[in-house]
Design a protein around this ligand. Structure first.
Ligand code: ZN
Length: 393
């Protein structure tokens, strides 16, 4: 199996090299693993464990704080289990507490590792949660372990288990006055059909207007209200950051956040939302005179079916000779690369009219690919290769 991994890793290495040149600013750091020999802190058994070296988030996270792919699939490799004694921990080599060995040997602990009708990953997190409880660890830490058990149950389509593990998570969080924790609790109530509790909690959550996340928090609460009205217990999509561009942010910052969020939404396939954001972004670009922003605006006019406006603007566009100017519109923020990644992705999936703008776009993408940037197909293949590695491990 090691050899198979090595082959895959070499393949991925090649892709990563491709990605290096013009792709640095995007979120293309792939998930990668290494292996490490560790000694179990309970029984002294030695074994080799996969260790997550890097991962990324290419799709939106969930309302209950679970991250998007590929981080989402890495859940299985975050927890280690000793094959000899059954100790489960994020780091098997470190004692969770002094009573650890006694707890691991107990019937209660060992039974959890064999819980009936529960997938293997959830079993591990249940045992770990119990270990933390018995060690007298902080409630939030125990809650996190139960929440991981719930996510593993989601992935295994164990709906009832997922509800039970979410209820266990809730029991450790109910008294919190921390806004982030309350928002998690709100989602857990909804996902376990405890709608009245969710509504009561909303009235208690105080969002300080001066908090830098205030807009984000309000966005989540409003979204949860909509879901609660519909008694929706399944939807878990997180709002991308765009819903809250900084109110006092510069145009560059705001445009950058929109572009990044449109990219995330494009990859998640929420095209209705993509178009809504494209309409919101347009006013920030209409007074700009530089090539990048005019190029972007033309593209957005086409995407939002404002063809006449696009045709007027595209006459002013010519191939840039200064690529640095395209990618870096200032020293501290640049989004030229995201624009091209987005267009590349769009052109690979859709047929477009033969207009000066799209001809120019294809010309620019050709230059970009010649300079080593991956095409959408390369990325798809990379993701497939990574998926098969996750299955092997
Ligand atoms: Zn052990």
């Amino acid at each position: 199996m090691r050899d198979k991994i090595t082959v895959h890793m070499q393949k991925i290495g090649k892709f990563l090299l491709f990605m290096g040149v013009l792709y640095v600013s995007s979120q293309a750091i792939a998930t990668s693993y290494s292996r490490e020999d560790l000694t179990c802190s309970a029984c002294g058994g030695r074994d080799s464990y996969p260790v997550l070296m890097s991962t990324n988030q290419l799709s939106p996270g969930s309302l209950d704080s679970r991250r998007g792919e590929m981080m989402r699939s890495a859940l299985i490799h975050l927890i280690q289990q000793c094959k000899s004694c059954g100790l489960v921990s994020y780091n098997i080599a470190e004692k969770v507490c002094d009573k650890q060995n006694e707890i691991v040997k107990s019937n209660a602990y060992q039974t959890l590792l064999k819980s009936q009708n529960v997938n293997e990953l959830s079993q591990k997190y249940l045992a770990y949660a119990y270990l933390l409880e018995q060690c007298g660890k902080d409630g939030e830490e125990v809650a996190r372990a139960y929440l991981n058990a719930a996510w593993a149950a989601d992935d295994a389509d164990e709906t009832e288990n997922a509800i039970q593990f979410r209820k266990k998570t809730i029991s450790y969080l109910e008294n919190s006055s921390v806004t982030d924790t309350q928002l998690l609790l709100l989602d857990l109530y909804r996902r376990t059909s405890q709608f009245q509790k969710a509504i009561d909690l909303i009235s208690k959550i105080k969002v300080d207007g001066n908090n830098e996340n205030a807009c984000f928090y309000k966005g989540i609460i409003n979204h949860q209200k909509e879901l609660l009205k519909a008694k929706n217990t399944n939807d878990q999509r997180m709002l991308p950051p765009v819903y809250c561009p900084p109110e006092d942010g510069s145009d560059k910052e705001i445009i950058g956040i929109y572009i990044e969020s449109i990219g995330i939404l494009n990859r998640s396939g929420d095209l209705q939302e993509v178009q809504r954001l494209q309409f919101k972004l347009i006013p920030y670009l209409e007074n700009k005179t530089d090539f990048l922003n005019k190029f972007l605006l033309t593209y957005l006019y086409y995407r939002t079916n404002q063809t006449e406006k696009a045709q007027v603007l595209e006459k002013e566009l010519t191939m840039p000779d200064d690529w640095n100017g395209f990618f870096n519109i200032s020293n501290d923020i640049y989004y030229g690369n995201w624009v091209l990644v987005d267009i590349d992705d769009y052109l690979s999936k859709n047929s477009v009219p033969d207009t000066p703008f799209y001809r120019l776009a294809r010309q620019m993408l050709d230059v970009r690919h010649k300079n080593g940037a991956p095409s959408p197909n390369d990325i798809e293949e990379l993701e497939k290769a990574l998926d098969s590695i996750s299955e092997d491990l």
